[in-house]
Design a protein around this ligand. Structure first.
Ligand SMILES: Nc1ncnc2c1ncn2[C@@H]1O[C@H](COP(=O)(O)OP(=O)(O)O)[C@@H](O)[C@H]1O
Ligand SMILES: [Mg+2]
Length: 168
């Protein structure tokens, strides 16, 4: 998949949606990543709680403030619950990121990937209140709002991929 970037809040095309708050945070296209601190297969409610705790602990270790730590853990929890509820399981990773190789990591990338049923209409899926399971429908819009960079790609019948990054 070719990355698409935009300084707008969101740039949308048929199967791919991405947003990048370039004004506050320069593009992370050249960011370096460390080995994933967490890379787990999620299938159950307790897996969701585990992933959420791991992401919170990673954020604390990287000196994210309390509010950003909470936002990262919330985003991880939403991605994790989507993997469990909508995809029947999937992978979630959390990876420290840096923009300058000599400084300690100042960002965390969340990456979720599954081979589930995929999403037919990404624009609808990102609309506040839209849910195919009668739940709140705030998960994906929430992740997009809470994180600095957000991209999603999905293909019906083949699965879904979400990448979101938060910086200090
Ligand atoms: N990993 C996924 N695989 C398949 N469908 C998904 C996935 N994540 C989200 N969706 C779809 O996008 C919709 C919106 O997701 P979300 O905003 O998290 O709301 P909710 O989980 O409350 O339904 C879901 O109802 C579901 O149809
Ligand atoms: Mg959800």
């Amino acid at each position: 998949m070719r990355p698409i970037r935009s300084s707008d809040d969101a740039m949308m095309c048929h199967r791919h949606v991405t947003s990048d708050r370039l004004c506050e945070h320069p593009t992370d296209a050249i960011a370096l990543s460390f080995p994933a601190a967490m890379h787990v297969w999620l299938e159950t409610e307790s897996d969701i709680m585990f992933a959420c705790r791991e992401v919170r602990s990673l954020a604390e270790r990287l000196n994210f403030n309390r509010s950003s730590t909470y936002q990262l853990a919330t985003a991880a929890s939403e991605l994790a619950s989507n993997l469990v509820i909508h995809a029947g399981g999937g992978w979630l990773s959390a990876t420290p990121m840096t923009k300058q190789c000599l400084t300690p990591p100042q960002g965390i990338e969340l990456l979720s990937k599954d081979d589930g049923p995929g999403i037919v209409d990404l624009i609808l899926a990102l609309t506040e209140g839209y849910s195919t399971t009668g739940s709140l429908g705030c998960g994906l819009p929430g992740v997009k709002r809470l994180m600095d960079t957000f991209a999603i790609d999905s293909e019906p019948g083949r699965g879904t991929w979400v990448r979101a990054v938060k910086w200090h």
